[in-house]
Write a protein that binds this ligand. Structure first.
Ligand code: SF4
Length: 429
């Protein structure tokens, strides 16, 4: 039995605008001493997943199971969860300044954390707080233990948060963007620190980040999330050298220096979608340079691909189209061109930010393209794809309806859309 087994976790938030489907069925297992990296842009559901596991998403509609040492965290009472949080599962948040209470000394906050779970004297707990601060590299810990959070630098505050999360020697540490607010040199120190402490205490770690570069050294396995779903899962080496999903490829190409010092960064076009009105079929299709007709109508399942036995990807491209570089990009492009019809062409037209009044993907009319806009059932389109011909007809009607509202003449849009179907390393880019 794994330390943590999460199965088909789904989290939704009812709002006045509709149901926000923040997490739509993620599953993973984590063994003691191992590290899972969860990567994705803001709004991909990575933080909500772990906050739900920790019982921190009040008011959410939650389905699935999260077994921690065989006990389901999702069905525990508040009192039971309080015993687990901190003592068995520690958490490091992105902004240590807002996680630490500004009116209490750093040492006192660590002491309080220890005494909330263990029957120890203040003197002993303070000694442990000093030892923990020393462990995470705070200079003169016996003196700094009496400092307030504002007297620490950003890096020292994050170290103090790590000390607090390790105070009770948890079996699992969840680090939610622990280095985002820090400069790069301190980022590297914090990652080294987490790695060192993990090796020392055999702690399992879930590292959540939007930056694939952050988990490049530390993760054993990586799960890439997009629009609330896992879109690719693999061991670290496979994911970096043989990615299958175009979104993963885009994230890797967005890492500064990933293609040499002088190469230009290749950003992923467009914005993440609204979690209330998701695009039909593959949620990534309005931004994908390889979009095909099937991508607009059918949701790709997470299936095994060629990287390794455990390599899974939710993409309709052939399973052997793995890797980075010109040759595999050409293969992807050839497949996409062969399988692309009017439906995908229309869809790729709407990924241009210039065509969206406020640059927000909330306004991307992918639902219109697939006939899932107002007046038709999005849920139906997401769960059972309509026949291709029917969708094409809807797409034609939607395009005709949309035409007068376009900012630019159709000719200009077509001219702008064309280069997007060229691989990003093509001559037109
Ligand atoms: Fe999604 Fe299709 Fe692109 Fe794959 S090729 S990521 S299924 S749009």
């Amino acid at each position: 039995m794994s330390l943590l087994d999460v199965t088909d976790l789904r989290v939704s938030f009812p709002t006045e605008d509709g149901l926000v489907r923040a997490v739509q069925g993620i599953s993973f297992s984590l063994e003691a001493g191992k590290t899972l990296g969860i990567v994705g842009e803001s709004g991909s559901g990575k933080s909500v997943s772990t906050q739900t596991i920790m019982g921190l998403t009040r008011g959410a509609q939650i389905e699935g199971t999260a077994l921690f040492e065989g006990r389901d965290l999702l069905t525990m009472s508040d009192a039971e969860l309080r015993k687990v949080r901190g003592a068995q599962i520690g958490m490091i948040f992105q902004d240590p300044l807002s996680s630490l209470h500004p009116q209490y000394k750093v040492g006192w906050q660590i002491v309080e954390m220890i005494q909330a779970h263990e029957d120890v004297s203040t003197k002993d707990a303070t000694k442990r707080a000093v030892d923990l601060l020393r462990l995470v590299g705070i200079p003169q810990p016996d003196r700094r233990v009496d400092d307030y959070p504002h007297q620490f630098s950003g890096g020292m505050r994050q170290r103090a948060m790590i000390a607090m999360s390790l105070a009770l020697n948890p079996k699992l540490l969840i680090a939610d963007e622990p280095t985002t607010a820090l400069d790069v040199t301190v980022q590297a120190q914090i990652i080294d620190l987490i790695e060192r402490l993990q090796a020392e205490f055999n702690t399992a770690v879930i590292m959540i980040t939007h930056d694939l570069g952050v988990v490049a050294d530390i993760a054993d396995d990586v799960m890439v999330m997009y629009a609330g779903k896992p879109v690719e899962f693999a061991d670290r080496r496979t994911l970096y050298y043989s990615p299958h999903h175009p979104y993963t490829k885009g994230l890797i190409e967005s890492i500064p220096g990933s293609e040499g010092g002088r190469a230009r960064l290749k950003p992923i076009q467009g914005q993440p979608p609204s979690l209330i009105r998701l695009p039909s079929g593959c949620s990534f299709h309005p931004r994908c340079p390889y979009v095909m007709d099937q991508c607009v109508t059918d949701i790709p399942p997470l299936r095994q691909v060629a990287g390794s036995d455990e390599h899974r990807s939710a993409c309709w491209l052939p399973v052997d189209n793995v890797g980075i570089g010109g040759e595999v990009d050409q293969k992807r492009e050839a497949v996409a061109v062969a399988r692309r019809g009017a439906l995908a062409a229309e869809s790729s037209e709407v990924i241009d930010d210039d065509d969206v009044p406020d640059g927000s993907a909330v306004d991307v009319p992918a639902e219109d393209v697939a006939g899932t806009g107002p007046g038709s059932s999005r849920t139906q389109a997401l769960t059972s794809a309509p026949p291709r011909a029917q969708v094409r007809a809807s797409a034609g009607q939607a395009a005709a309806k949309k035409a007068p509202a376009k900012k630019a003449p159709a000719k200009k849009t077509a001219a702008k859309a064309a280069p997007r179907r060229t691989p990003r390393n093509g001559a037109e880019q």
